[in-house]
Write a protein that binds this ligand. Structure first.
Ligand SMILES: *Cc1c(COP(=O)(O)O)cnc(C)c1O
Length: 376
């Protein structure tokens, strides 16, 4: 389908093309200097001591759960209003998830009181997700975590470049997990990153990223090491030089592009202020979000599927973020029917409208005019 206004689009130009060509011509394709540069630049940007690149955020979440010690029999508290990978990562470790509700129609992030109600002696960790790049209520969540000695993993897939109280998202918890999937704020196709400032967590993550091996191909190539041992059951979750080279170029554009996302979001909020649409975060915004996506809540009387079909007929792509994880067949069979009142109510009405930094004013206006005509 040739959309007049796609949901998301890349900001790629000759910089990305040149960066990939440079890697190809260097004839070194994986675990090299470009990946190390990307990690160093990302660590600086998130003000974390360590940034560890992987092939996607799902792997990052899995390694994060393993590093904080999630094991069979444990429970991990996660939001249900997130991408399914947030919860899957816990299940990969043989542990169980407990789904927390979100705060309200205005604030689609995990509710600290709901977290509190789910803490049991089996709880091993808390995963929060910064929905659309708007910060979760990290202060009360940190307080709870400290009180119960629980590590926090931030699913910061939506949140590169975002911060709260000048502290980057991904640096608030014990480990941050970022995604560089094609439609994210920083895109490399597939790609991801873990951030943390604790040396022993970083060491565990490094080991398990690469087969539990004590030295890497690159070190051996450089003459730093001649053999290796395997000390744990690890994985191959590494990134390669091509994706890292894209990541470096995209990281250089991130601040500018997040600013552009902010401008477009404000334009939408302003244009929709006097419509019956619910505008999450417009009244509760805190810190510096990354404005990853633009969610709206349809009025009860507007039927969602018809609304999305009408948008499609006008050439405008839309999406839903998210069908709550507890409503998927696999999770319902595993845990039975569950009731998360705020999540369930919000998720029924949510539609995501196009938002990307290279959007033209004509595209923005086309979305505004079409949406207004459909809800008024
Ligand atoms: C995209 C996304 C992921 C998974 O990222 P991948 O890099 O595609 O594995 C996880 N959580 C959230 C909230 C996401 O949006």
């Amino acid at each position: 389908m040739n959309w007049k206004v796609p949901l998301a689009d890349l900001d790629y130009d000759h910089h990305e093309e040149q960066a990939v060509l440079d890697v190809l011509r260097s004839r070194w394709l994986t675990m090299g200097e470009v990946s190390q540069k990307f990690e160093a630049a990302f660590a600086e940007q998130t003000r974390c001591k360590h940034a560890i690149a992987v092939s996607n955020a799902t792997q990052a979440l899995h390694l994060a759960c393993l590093a904080v010690g999630v094991r069979p029999g444990d429970e991990v508290i996660v939001p249900s209003l997130t991408f399914v990978a947030t919860a899957n990562a816990v299940l990969y470790c043989g542990a169980d998830v407990r789904f927390a509700d979100v705060l309200s129609n205005d604030e689609l992030t995990i509710d600290p009181l709901s977290i509190k109600s789910l803490i049991t002696p089996k709880t091993k960790a808390i995963i929060v997700m910064h929905y659309a790049g708007f910060p979760c209520q990290m202060e009360p969540i940190l307080e709870l975590a400290q009180e119960h000695h629980l590590p926090i993993i931030e699913d910061a897939a939506h949140a590169p470049g975002a911060s709260l109280n000048q502290i980057p998202l991904g640096a608030w918890g014990d480990i941050g997990c970022f995604s560089f999937f094609s439609n994210k704020n920083l895109s490399t196709g597939e790609g991801g990153m873990l951030t943390c400032s604790n040396d022993s967590l970083a060491e565990k993550i490094h080991l398990q990223r690469s087969h539990g091996m004590t030295s890497l191909t690159y070190d051996r190539h450089k003459g730093h090491a001649f053999s290796y041992d395997v000390v744990e059951l690890g994985y191959n979750y590494r990134i390669d030089e091509i994706h890292s080279s894209l990541g470096l170029q995209q990281l250089a554009k991130l601040e500018h592009n997040n600013q552009r996302r902010r401008e477009i979001t404000y334009k939408y909020w302003h244009a929709f202020a006097d419509t019956p649409l619910g505008l999450p975060f417009s009244k509760t915004m805190q810190g510096e979000p990354s404005f990853h996506i633009f969610p709206v809540l349809l009025p009860e009387k507007v039927q969602r599927e018809a609304f999305m079909v009408n948008l499609r007929n006008a050439g405008i792509q839309s999406s839903i973020h998210y069908r709550p994880i507890h409503t998927f067949s696999y999770y319902r069979e595993k845990y039975g029917d569950m009731n998360l009142p705020v999540t369930d109510a919000v998720a029924r009405r949510e539609v995501t409208l196009p938002l990307f930094p290279t959007m033209t004013d004509e595209q923005i206006n086309a979305v505004i005019e079409t949406v207004k005509s459909l809800v008024e």
